[in-house]
Design a protein around this ligand. Sequence first.
Ligand SMILES: [Zn+2]
Length: 122
Amino acid sequence: MNTLSESVVCPTCELRQLTSPVCRRCRDELGFTYMEILLPSPENVFGTIGAASVRKFVGGITRGLRTRRGYSQSKLASAIGTDRTHVSRVEGARVLPSLLMLLRIAMTLGVDRVYVRIRGSD
Ligand SMILES: [Zn+2]
């Protein structure tokens, strides 16, 4: 779902380029170019189901980005200044990382934008 035409940094060779499926220099898959947390409705912000779904989303995208980048949980943990247990708990949707930790995860794994959107009821 690449609806945004902004630049992205290749996680492999670090070339900055326009968003596309593969890197124009090393041909590696660019994969995720940004992290977007989309909440279907305002109710998701307040309900317990909403909180669980945000944890699940953030955990899933963290695991997806980490494995695609070839990082172990320990390597990611040391890069973002925490321990492996915390990374495991984030990926397992047991805890939501702090905003600072989320930004560190994103930047370490080659994503330089994090969007949070709340879709109104329609
Ligand atoms: Zn590249």
